[in-house]
Design a protein around this ligand. Structure first.
Ligand SMILES: *[C@@H]1O[C@H](CO)[C@@H](O)[C@H](O)[C@H]1NC(C)=O
Ligand SMILES: *[C@@H]1O[C@H](CO)[C@@H](O)[C@H](O)[C@H]1NC(C)=O
Ligand SMILES: *[C@@H]1O[C@H](CO)[C@@H](O)[C@H](O)[C@H]1NC(C)=O
Ligand SMILES: *[C@@H]1O[C@H](CO)[C@@H](O)[C@H](O)[C@H]1NC(C)=O
Ligand SMILES: *[C@@H]1O[C@H](CO)[C@@H](O)[C@H](O)[C@H]1NC(C)=O
Ligand SMILES: *[C@@H]1O[C@H](CO)[C@@H](O)[C@H](O)[C@H]1NC(C)=O
Ligand SMILES: *[C@@H]1O[C@H](CO)[C@@H](O)[C@H](O)[C@H]1NC(C)=O
Length: 792
């Protein structure tokens, strides 16, 4: 019995293994009536892929070209409209997706005139693509984490899309590790390669022949390096496959990393007399990060320790005196590889790779390179032309022809819908609930969301110059969003906020802020000078605010100054004006119900050199739906201590949520205490509760900031306190509107500084202040003399 079971088990296991080996891969010969065999692979006839297509508006063409090129290029599937291949995936993991194009013509079709977009998963991989007039294969790779892989094609206006064939090949998990060495090194070295999509730009067999897909376990093609070499003269070629021996130990290369034909050949320095670098250069696109993989196998040395050389990328030394012996654990002929990644987007369109002798040159030392792969990494640009839903493709093209025309998407997705509010925020808001965003592997993404407004795009080079390459000494702030630097742009001080990479919430907030601040300009909103979204960067540049945050003037270790009561009142009124402007959406039909800031707090209120207040941080801004639009329920965001309790429970963000937070700020301003006092972490004190509780049995004078005591007219203080209290009413309907708050605060200000007979009023005010000072000090039982001395 046991034997029977185990036999059955073994058969089952065998089936599983063979299934696993092939289960992940898909090969389709588009447009073909029959299966096509290429080397050891079977490309299935088109009909087998039809069931994965989401629409049926394509035409099948059968065109036999009289050409020697691969059988795959004799047929194509043509798409007149947008289409998605929704391919079932055997297992999650990284896949190579290879798209084959060869534009041929037949009587009815001229594929050379095609022009289209392609997205794979949530990555846009080809934009306005017209294939060259010879067969090309574009290879992409990405980590598929769901049970489907979607390949989406969309023709440009009056054009068509086509595919001759495609391959989906499962990549062994270990092929791409999460990390790589950054060149130049960066501190926060979290590249997160597993989440990134790649496009293979170059895959080269140094010093060896072309290695065709038939000789590669993952059907990759390795081309020769001759065309990329700058000067062949002092280089030599070695081919010696016999000594190559793949090792099983961890950290060295396997056949999956590169086949024998790659490790069995190399180019080396053949000039023992002169110091010389071997130089290869490659054309790349600006604004992307690149993963560079160097393959090495010491097939030249007779003995250990003969090789030691430097590796340079764009003249930067990425590895000094590389000792292959260490990598290969002391064995000659053991294949190894090294990964490097550029930490930021490249600001040049050339990648120069060099191998050369160490600085302390020793004549007998040689340098080699066996293989090289250069992969472009996706950036984090968000495309207006893609809906919130990660896999819903570009659509609804208005007008015709023009390349630059605005491609907008109306996300006709069921569920939360914000229509006709300005598309940008609507789109971004919608995305809030999705964790994925569409990324791009295509150069020069036109952010239509941004194109329509006045935000200025600033180049990374300009920002690097302005901040002296993000010099540490210029850091003026740090937070969840990233780091703020002080910079100088056009002789003006600016604050440069550099977002954290790899943070989808951050991207969302980045674009919301740009969109909002370029539409809303106001004396009491922070002024956005421009932004930079090159490559991975998410940088916002603002006017520099000399006096920092309001918070920093109220309390805390870094307390900057003590603001007077009138200064504080003026600041609160400024903030109220800014919020009122946002809430009413003054003069903007797109946002007739205005915008909710969503994160009002003293840390987000900045003061310029004249202590004029400006509201900052619009990343959580939200448009309020109109009366006929559905409510939008969202994840609760904002800052602890300032959160509207009703919003917290009902998950409905309204203007009144800002009013609540503003009320908390009013309390902070007058009490000079944080919204949540964490000095005793076991027992955090909520300012609003604390103040309102204390008020029951203490005069206000004793609750407020000791430094204000005696300086406020008691009626004014009472009225101010009432306003603050009304703002933080438990139920939102009991809270006043921002307009009311503003009006009432201005009244308080007028009470403090009557407009009539200024001199006299100042004198009276001073007199009252002194009296009050004495009163309060007496009740506190302190020395009477001090105030007289200091005032005197
Ligand atoms: C061109 O393609 C059309 C559409 O599939 C097909 O009907 C026609 O036979 C093709 N022409 C030639 C010459 O192959
Ligand atoms: C497609 O072309 C091949 C080769 O020319 C031919 O044998 C086949 O019948 C054609 N099929 C169709 C549907 O035209
Ligand atoms: C096909 O290839 C062979 C040899 O590679 C060549 O002689 C022949 O001219 C080619 N034919 C065409 C049509 O390109
Ligand atoms: C045949 O294919 C080659 C590349 O393999 C290409 O250069 C050539 O232009 C093609 N010929 C025709 C007639 O399309
Ligand atoms: C794919 O991504 C998941 C996380 O979403 C990760 O756990 C996994 O290791 C990745 N796989 C590969 C092959 O990168
Ligand atoms: C390489 O050597 C040849 C012959 O010695 C010489 O003509 C040529 O200029 C050299 N090229 C370079 C780039 O040094
Ligand atoms: C090799 O290239 C690096 C970086 O470009 C350079 O610093 C070094 O001087 C070069 N060495 C030689 C011998 O040319």
């Amino acid at each position: 019995m046991a034997y029977k079971y185990s036999l059955f088990y073994w058969i089952l296991l065998l089936i599983c293994i063979s299934f696993k080996a092939y289960g992940g891969n898909i090969f389709i010969d588009c447009g073909s009536q029959s299966n096509t065999i290429i080397g050891d692979r079977l490309f299935m006839a088109d009909k087998y892929s039809s069931k994965y297509l989401t629409t049926s508006n394509q035409v099948l063409s059968n065109c036999s070209v009289n050409n020697n090129s691969s059988l795959l290029y004799k047929t194509a599937r043509i798409f007149n409209g947008k289409t998605t291949y929704k391919l079932p995936i055997g297992r999650v993991g990284r896949y190579f997706i290879r798209l084959h194009f060869f534009p041929f013509t037949n009587k009815s079709f001229d594929l050379r005139k095609s022009k289209f977009w392609v997205s794979i998963g949530r990555f846009l991989v080809l934009r306005d693509f017209t294939p060259p007039q010879y067969p090309v294969v574009r290879e992409f790779s990405l980590n598929v984490t769901s049970s489907n892989l979607n390949i989406f094609l969309e023709p440009a206006d009056n054009s068509m899309a086509f595919l001759n064939a495609f391959e989906v090949v499962l990549v062994p998990d270990v092929l791409i590790q999460n990390d790589a060495i950054s060149v130049p090194p960066v501190q926060d070295d979290n590249i997160g390669l597993t989440y990134r999509a790649f496009e293979t730009l170059f895959r080269i067999n140094m010093g060896g022949p072309l290695v065709s897909y038939n000789n590669d376990p993952l059907w990759r093609t390795w081309i020769q390096d001759d065309n990329y070499l700058e000067n062949k003269n002092f280089t030599g070629v070695v081919q010696n496959r016999k000594v190559v021996s793949y090792a099983k130990s961890v950290g060295v290369a396997t056949k999956d990393d590169a086949p024998l034909a790659v490790y069995g050949s190399c180019r080396h320095i053949d000039n023992p007399r002169e110091s010389f670098n071997i130089t290869w250069s490659f054309d790349i696109s600006l604004g992307f990060q690149y993963l560079i993989r160097f393959h090495f196998c010491d097939i030249v040395s007779e003995d250990l320790g003969e090789l030691s050389f430097n590796i340079y990328v764009n003249s930067y030394t990425v590895k000094e005196s590389l000792d292959l012996e260490v990598l290969s654990k002391g064995r000659l002929g053991t294949p190894v590889f090294l990964d490097f990644v550029t930490p930021t987007a490249m600001d040049t369109n050339q990648l120069v790779v060099q191998i050369g002798p160490p600085i302390a040159y020793e004549a007998q030392r040689d340098g080699i390179l066996n293989g090289l792969e250069i992969m472009k990494l996706n950036n984090y640009k968000i495309l207006a032309a893609t809906t919130a839903s990660s896999l819903v493709p570009p659509s609804s093209q208005s007008g015709s022809g023009s390349k630059n025309k605005i491609r907008m998407i109306v996300g006709v997705t069921v569920g939360s819908v914000i229509l006709f509010v300005f598309v940008g925020i609507g789109f971004l808001f919608h995305r809030r609930k999705k964790s994925h965003s569409p990324y791009s592997l295509t150069p020069e993404t036109n952010l239509t969301v941004l194109a329509s407004n006045s935000a200025t795009r600033i180049t990374l080079a300009t920002i690097l110059h302005a901040t002296n390459h993000f010099d540490k000494s210029r850091v003026i702030g740090k937070g969840g969003f990233g780091t703020v630097y002080k910079g100088v742009l056009d002789n003006t001080d600016v604050a440069v906020k550099r977002g954290s990479r790899d943070n989808s919430q951050g991207q969302y907030e980045f674009f919301t802020e740009i969109k909002l601040l370029s539409q809303f300009r106001h004396k009491h909103l922070v002024y956005l000078v421009g932004y930079c979204d090159e490559g991975l960067e998410m940088i916002l540049v603002y006017d520099y605010m000399e006096n920092g945050t309001l918070k920093s003037h109220l309390y805390g270790k870094e307390k900057k100054s003590c603001l007077s009561w009138l200064q504080r009142l003026e600041i609160c009124i400024g903030v109220a004006k800014g919020l009122h402007y946002l809430h009413t959406g003054t003069g903007r039909t797109e946002v007739e119900n205005g915008v909710v800031h969503g994160d009002v707090k003293s840390g987000n209120i900045l003061l310029d050199k004249n202590l004029n207040a400006r509201i900052a941080d619009f990343g959580l801004c939200t448009i309020v739906p109109g009366p006929n639009q559905p409510d939008v329920s969202v994840e609760v965001k904002g800052s602890f201590g300032y959160l509207d309790p009703e919003y917290f429970f009902k998950r409905k963000l309204t203007h009144k949520s800002d009013i609540y937070s503003f009320g908390v700020v009013l309390f902070e301003v007058v009490c000079a205490r944080p919204a949540i006092d964490n000095t005793d972490p076991e027992n955090p004190v909520n300012l609003v509760e604390w103040a309102q509780c204390l008020q029951k049995d203490k005069p206000l004078e004793q609750i407020i900031d000791p430094q204000l005591q005696g300086t406020i007219n008691s009626d004014c203080l009472q009225e101010y306190w009432n306003i603050a209290g009304a703002c933080v009413a438990e139920r939102s309907i009991h809270r006043p509107s921002m307009g009311d708050v503003l009006w009432r605060l201005e009244k308080v200000q007028q009470l403090e500084t009557p407009l009539t007979d200024e001199d006299e009023s100042v004198n009276t005010a001073n007199a009252t202040e002194i009296d009050r000072g004495i009163d309060s000090l007496m009740s506190d039982g302190e020395n009477l003399l001090t105030p007289f001395i200091s005032i005197g």
